[in-house]
Design a protein around this ligand. Structure first.
Ligand code: PLP
Length: 457
């Protein structure tokens, strides 16, 4: 396939470097940075402007759950655009796509969720969470319950509230963050903190950090705890099975609201509609985005549990919050069609019972590679550690000292081998492929990753 017929790659790259400030980029190097140009997507593959086919092991940015090139989503969007391209949902106004999607989300979500607040992205969803939990406690007569506890290394978005909830020092340093009333505890990373303990013991220990923090701050000051069921951008950190139930117990004990940020783990990625079901917890709020529309149109929001929704309904008073694009009709029809595809193709059960376990087996076997220390996967999320010397146990692995450099090198080799993965500081290599991936395509992805690792040796 030649995608280059009418695309002048060099011209595009030069113009991009001249005018386009990319997210999470160092602008001092802007002129040395040549961006790859992606021009087409089909199934689990994308093509660059040179005609090279790449297997997308990251589903775009953790979002293309149903894969690329779904004409029926395009058709639904086209039909809605010509019928009603935009209307808002402010001032007691609504439209069929927002009504239908809210009802659909309630249908597929855990039973305690009967209401939805729409936003345009995951970050806006988490901004909504911050305002909603504080509004809730004020309405309950406890305006002093403001503090939200999050975790180091979490990623909750790039707005001021999202970056504050997130636990990345590099983001906090820019913009004087975190905002007041947002504090962090340690992440449940067994690889980092589990030495000498079983995963079960470590899970309970990591959850106990929440209780210590609540007691330190005073339970009457703490509004909510927020966490990604599996930390995604922080490195696909899968907590031990004891962690989330214990977090739930502690939140219940002190009346603290439990918020699951399911921007990555929602819509089938862990083999359930929502990752909280996988971990057996019942949060009060769920943030969603990405997989809700498989990235075809931006959409995000918050599922609001009965505890909060019923209290706000009983107390009354306006929630002064909303976005021009809350419940955008185009995003809503794209999401509805996307969810229909997930249902009709049985993707959630497929990931749970068939391709998910297969991907886990194949991905974790990469630990045999001389460059890999430890590899773990859950559902369609995987993360491995790049190591210089293989040790007898996971804790004996010595990480590369030039983590970012090696990660970048590895990423370049992966790309050269025809697979897109993510490498992050801390020697982690991550995957989050489209949920449509077949067993044969999983084999293909593992072979391409192995080639990339071999080249990095
Ligand atoms: N929450 C989590 C867990 C995420 O991974 C992300 C994005 O990667 C966000 C929130 C922010 O979503 P968005 O980029 O749509 O604002």
């Amino acid at each position: 396939m030649n995608m280059n017929d009418h695309i002048d790659t060099q011209c595009l790259q030069a113009s991009d470097a001249a005018h386009h400030l990319h997210p999470f980029a160092d602008y001092s190097q802007k002129h040395q940075q040549i961006s790859r140009v992606i021009v087409k997507g089909e199934d689990i593959y994308v093509w660059d402007s040179e005609g090279r086919r790449l297997l997308d092991g990251m589903a775009g940015l953790w979002c293309m759950n149903v894969g690329y090139g779904r004409k029926r989503i395009a058709d639904a969007v086209h039909a809605q655009m010509t019928r009603l391209a935009y209307y808002n949902t402010f001032f007691h106004t609504t439209h069929p796509p927002a009504v239908e999607l809210a009802a659909k989300l309630v249908e597929i979500s855990p039973p305690q969720f009967n209401h939805v607040f729409f936003a345009g992205s995951g970050s806006e969803g988490n901004d909504t969470v911050v305002r909603l939990v504080r509004h809730y406690w004020a309405k309950q007569g406890h305006p002093e319950r403001k503090i939200i506890i999050s975790r180091h290394n979490a990623y909750h978005g790039s707005t001021m509230a999202g970056a504050s909830l997130g636990g990345w020092p590099s983001m906090h340093q820019q913009g004087d963050l975190p905002l007041a009333g947002i504090v962090h505890i340690g992440q449940p990373s067994y690889l980092e903190g589990g030495r000498g303990k079983t995963p079960e013991q470590f899970g309970l220990e990591a959850a106990s950090w929440l209780e210590h923090k609540i007691l330190e701050l005073g339970a009457d000051k703490v509004a909510a705890f927020i966490g990604e069921p599996v930390q995604g951008a922080g490195g696909v950190i899968v907590p031990p099975p004891t962690y989330w139930p214990e977090i739930q117990r502690i939140c219940g004990k002190y009346g603290v609201l439990l918020v699951a940020d399911e921007v990555v783990t929602g819509f089938g990625r862990l083999g359930h509609w929502f990752g909280s079901t996988y971990f057996g917890i019942q949060p009060d709020l769920i943030t969603f985005a990405k997989g809700v529309s498989s990235g075809y149109v931006p959409l995000g929001g918050v599922l609001v549990g009965d505890r909060i929704a019923h209290a706000l309904m009983a107390k009354g008073g306006e929630f002064n919050h909303g976005f021009t694009y809350s419940g955008h009709p185009i995003g809503c029809v794209a999401a509805l069609e996307n969810i229909r595809i997930i249902e009709e193709e049985n993707l959630v059960a497929q990931v749970r019972d068939d391709t998910g376990p297969y991907l886990k087996q194949r991905f974790e076997a990469l630990a045999q590679h001389p460059l890999v220390g430890d590899a773990g996967a859950v559902g369609f999320l995987g993360g491995l550690n790049l190591v210089r010397h293989k040790g007898a146990t996971v804790h004996d692995n010595v990480p590369f000292d030039r983590a970012l450099e090696v990660g970048m090198l590895c990423r370049a080799h992966m790309f050269g081998s025809g697979v897109i993965v993510r490498t992050i500081p801390g020697d982690r290599l991550l995957i989050s492929p489209p949920l449509t991936m077949t067993r044969a395509q999983i084999d293909e992805m593992i072979a391409l990753i192995t080639t990339g690792l071999d080249k990095t040796l």
